[in-house]
Design a protein around this ligand. Structure first.
Ligand SMILES: Nc1ncnc2c1ncn2[C@@H]1O[C@H](COP(=O)(O)OP(=O)(O)OP(=O)(O)O)[C@@H](O)[C@H]1O
Ligand SMILES: [Mg+2]
Length: 349
């Protein structure tokens, strides 16, 4: 019966509740929210002051009574109440922008692989508490593969590597299910930390997180050949405590992050080794798809292809593939509902 109802409602939504970014896709409208998963709270009143970009601008600048936090860590809810408030803020915004009194939306939401039942239940409860009428969960790499238009329902080996800010997931999908996978509880944010550590050790300079991320995006290239670009970065001198600027090269950034990237390649190799041979043969032919923001790291596709001798392609618009996948499930619910996860058990009873 819910299938019918599901189809009738027009403001149902898909949410990618990411460690770094939250995206919302609304049925018949498309992607309408794409904001950092950051919330600013007034500690005295517990009121939300800002969400998303507006909250991000407050990082490092807020007085003591305002806390600016990421309620999602490594892809799972670390602060339940703040997450619920953040989801509610986004759902309310969708409703406000559609200018009408709407029934509570049904929500499809992406979650990492390998989460516990308690963690799943937390996502369901936070979404219901935020105003959802029903919640369906889908594994993040499955949603990403659907968003990337991979033929996941065919008896074919589909390998996707989903590189988020706080998670990294390698999955082989066939016949609408995940056959083998590796799930890591770190991602792009850790590369930023590697850069901060490298600059501290080599230049005695402390970089802010946003500066480190900018340098990674501008200079990061793990398949460097020949001359390397340089960029000035500004941080705080660890001896004098004063601001100082240094020239950093792409080769140095590569040195800072290559260890984690080599580890990633070993995880892809291990996952292939666990995968049945027929599927592996198809993956070697069809190649691996990279998705998530980390897929944009310079040269990552080329390095994986070279090391594993498999074709590798970055999917179009990798930052939105998970949420577009949830949207496609919503638009084609009857056909794709079987890939949704069963609801987490009721933990209280
Ligand atoms: N051009 C780029 N080069 C390297 N990394 C990038 C680039 N663009 C974005 N990223 C990284 O991608 C990450 C964000 O990706 P994404 O939005 O897919 O993650 P998320 O969904 O929020 O996190 P998760 O899925 O782990 O919960 C950040 O760490 C960001 O620094
Ligand atoms: Mg993600």
């Amino acid at each position: 019966m819910f299938k019918k109802l599901f189809r009738q409602l027009s403001k149902d939504m898909g949410i990618d509740l990411g460690t770094t970014n939250t995206l919302v896709y609304v049925k018949d409208k498309g992607l309408i929210i794409n904001e950092p998963s950051i919330v600013a709270l007034n500690n005295r009143t517990d009121q939300i002051l800002a969400v998303g970009e507006e909250a991000q601008r407050m990082i490092g600048k807020a007085p003591a009574y305002i806390s600016v936090t990421r309620p999602i860590i490594a892809g799972i809810i670390s602060d339940f109440e703040v997450t619920e408030k953040m989801i509610k803020h986004f759902i309310d915004r969708v409703h406000r922008e559609s200018n009408s009194l709407l029934p509570r939306p049904r929500v499809i939401i992406g979650i990492p692989l390998d989460v516990t039942e308690v963690e799943r239940k937390a996502v369901e409860d936070a979404t219901m508490g935020a105003g959802g009428s029903e919640v369906y969960l889908v594994e993040q790499p499955m949603a990403a593969a659907i968003g990337a238009r991979m033929p996941i329902q065919e008896p074919i080996g589909n390998m996707i590597v989903q590189l988020g800010g706080g998670t990294t997931e390698v999955a082989v999908i066939s016949l609408g299910g995940i056959v083998t996978f590796t799930s890591l509880k770190h991602g792009g944010l850790k590369l930023d930390q590697n850069i901060i550590q490298y600059i501290r050790e080599n230049f005695n300079l402390l970089l802010g997180e946003r500066t480190a991320e900018d340098v990674k995006k501008n200079l990061g290239n793990v398949f460097l050949e020949g001359a390397s670009k340089e960029q000035k970065v500004r941080g705080r001198d660890l001896y004098t405590g004063l601001p100082r600027e240094v020239d950093v090269s792409a080769a140095q950034i590569k040195e800072a992050i290559i260890g984690d990237i080599r580890e990633l390649i070993e995880h892809i190799r291990d996952t292939l080794e666990k995968t049945p041979p027929e599927l592996v043969a198809e993956i070697y032919q069809k190649g691996i798809i990279l998705s998530g923001g980390g897929a944009l790291l310079g040269g990552l596709d080329k390095l994986i292809a070279k090391e594993l001798k498999i074709p590798v392609k970055v999917t179009d618009d990798p930052l939105t593939s998970v949420v577009r996948g949830t949207g496609l499930i919503m638009e084609d619910f009857d056909n794709l509902k079987d890939i949704l996860l069963p609801p987490a058990g009721d933990m209280i009873n």
